[in-house]
Design a protein around this ligand. Structure first.
Ligand code: FAD
Length: 422
């Protein structure tokens, strides 16, 4: 019998709450304790309902299927296990939400090329710029490890691809400009190729051939492949739940709360982790201390680095964890009164820094999950500064796609994304 401490009750694919849930459900001989600083489990997952009956996700909007990734396969198996199989909503490769992405070009929301012919017809690049991009594929890549992603792309493919394709993409994924990121931060699996003098086209091939094969025999039991098989046969790209992602949090929390071997300490932060002979000791924000055989920690690595006592843990480990930098992203949820989604259906649009340094992008929630609509079109605006510092945020973000912005409901939360600085 062993005692296990888990720090942080968040979850997207596999994290603190799902680890606790697994122990509670399948390992009755282990005692498990989950420390969660906030008053509820779920981490960034939180679904809220508007007065018109619409649903918004304040954190993750959907979960990627990526049928060859183990964590995605287990997340789908978990939905079956929790009795939520009939509530899973898939978005497939055919849906506009999966096919079309947009970016702001000269104040206009423009569909990004999604195939070679559409790239050749793309009217925001001149013939000379397209030629420069094509020739860039054969340019030998010999860069310093700390060159910024922006400079690397600009040098290889030209200024416009760096400004519009790469910068908008990193702002969408990492909530920061490509000028602040390097190849090791973003493409760690292929970073060595950027220093060996091979042409860019060979690196693209290497990226395409990264193998994440799902093992023939699942490493966790029970594993139910039914939803994954449905996802594969329908070419599903992402999924959510009929009543929002919060449902899976509630179901898992219920199992943990009803199990004899597990306890959730809500509103309780882990403050310090120390070695205790061959075991580990957690001191918490209520002044209590407990001894564990093992500890699982989820969430921000930088936070974890502050919990490890420097006398008991190697300095290299503490420094490595402290090196994960974070950046703030503000999320504003907007529902437009009695409106259906206007022109340009697709996932949403990204905004490069050269177009607007404050707005990162807009997600067309009504296109991605129409099942969550109430009486109005729903949008999520991501920004680098809060709503109250950007008085025209909603009109600046939505003005390019909606003629008259009549805001029926807005709600703002602060989120954070992490970039790995090594
Ligand atoms: C705005 C936004 C949108 C996103 N959209 C998507 C998306 O669409 N799809 C997707 O897959 N991912 C998305 N992500 C990323 C996703 O939210 C994270 O990858 C995920 O939340 C990480 O889960 P986690 O459990 O590791 O951490 P978290 O969800 O951050 O949970 C960590 C938990 O630990 C608790 N905690 C922290 N310190 C302590 C402590 N000392 N003691 C006790 N408890 C502590 C926190 O309160 C929190 O509940 C998004 C992120 C943001 C911010």
């Amino acid at each position: 019998m062993s005692k296990i401490g888990v720090i942080g009750g968040g979850k997207v694919r596999i994290s603190g709450l799902s680890a606790t849930y697994r122990f509670a459900r399948y390992c009755p001989k282990h005692h498990i304790r989950l420390y969660e600083s906030s008053r509820s489990t779920g981490g960034w997952i939180n679904t809220i309902k508007t007065t018109s009956g619409g649903l918004f996700e304040t954190g993750p909007h959907s979960v990627r299927v990526a049928t060859n990734l183990q964590s995605s396969a287990y997340a789908l198996s978990l939905m079956t296990e929790l009795g939520l199989e009939d509530d899973v909503i898939f978005r497939t490769a055919k849906d506009p939400a999966a096919r079309f992405r947009f970016a702001m070009f000269d104040g206009e929301v423009t569909r990004l090329p999604y195939s070679l012919p559409s790239a050749l017809l793309f009217n925001k690049l001149s013939i000379a710029e397209k030629l420069q991009m094509g020739l860039g594929l054969f340019k030998k890549q010999n860069h310093k490890r700390d060159v910024s992603l922006y400079d690397l792309i600009k040098e290889t493919f030209g200024q416009k691809p760096a400004d519009y394709f790469i910068d908008s993409m990193t702002r969408g994924i990492y909530a920061t400009s490509s000028k602040n990121l390097t190849v090791p931060n973003t493409l760690a699996a292929v970073e060595k190729y950027f220093m060996t003098g091979i042409p860019a086209v060979n690196i693209l091939k290497a990226i395409g051939s990264i193998d994440y094969t799902f093992p023939a025999k699942p490493f966790l039991e029970p594993y139910d492949p039914h939803l994954l098989n449905t996802a594969k046969s329908t070419k599903a790209k992402v999924w959510s739940l009929k009543n929002g992602l919060q449902d899976m949090i509630m179901k898992m929390t219920e199992v943990v709360q009803n199990a004899d071997n597990s306890k959730i300490y809500l509103g309780t932060s882990a403050k310090l982790i120390r070695k205790h002979g061959s075991k580990l000791r957690i001191a918490d924000s209520n002044g209590s201390e407990e001894i564990y055989d093992q500890i699982f920690a989820s969430g921000n690595p930088k936070t974890l680095s502050c919990l490890l006592h420097p006398d008991d843990f190697p300095n290299e480990l503490i420094e490595l964890l402290a090196g994960f930098e974070s950046t703030q992203v503000y999320v504003t949820l907007v529902e437009l009164k009695n409106m259906v989604l206007p022109k340009s259906p697709g996932f949403g649009f990204l905004v490069p820094s050269c177009e607007n340094p404050d707005i990162l992008g807009v997600i067309y929630d009504s296109c991605n999950m129409p099942e969550h609509d109430g009486r109005g079109a729903r949008y999520t605006i991501m920004s680098t500064r809060p709503h109250n510092e950007l008085p025209n945020l909603v009109t600046d973000a939505l003005g390019a796609i909606v003629e008259e912005v009549q805001v029926a409901w807005t709600h703002q939360i602060k989120g954070s994304n992490f970039k790995n600085v090594r």
